[in-house]
Unconditional design. Structure first.
Length: 116
């Protein structure tokens, strides 16, 4: 893969992440919510669909990110352990930290669904 193509992919990924974060923040702050008249009539809030979409993006994005992180850290951990087996504990901790990314996304998804 050429350097130019990689830079382009990084820019696209940055735009996608920024758009997803904007959607999550907008849903958390209640953006697009109806006025008092609509809420009093029992109509669903306009932001509930956006909150669910934001939750889906947060969980999916964090799961993909955790998968990529575990792939790289797991490969590096196995390579390090093949040379020095005493690094097993440290390697497991590093892979576990990478797996924590998915848990953060799940927490944000639960918060967003609770607000929907």
């Amino acid at each position: 893969m050429s350097v130019r193509l990689r830079r382009g992919l990084h820019a696209v990924n940055a735009v996608i992440v920024l758009a997803a974060l904007t959607l999550v923040v907008w849903a958390l702050t209640g953006g697009g919510a109806q006025g008092a008249a609509g809420a009093a009539a029992g109509a669903p809030a306009a932001a509930s669909g956006t909150a669910l979409l934001g939750a889906a993006i947060a969980v999916a994005g964090s799961a993909i990110g955790a998968g990529i992180a575990v792939a790289y850290t797991g490969a590096a951990a196995l390579a390090a352990m093949s040379e020095r087996p005493e690094l097993f504990g440290r390697a497991i901790v590093i892979v576990g930290l990478a797996e924590g990314i998915a848990i953060y996304g799940l927490v944000i998804g639960i918060i967003l669904i609770g607000r929907a």
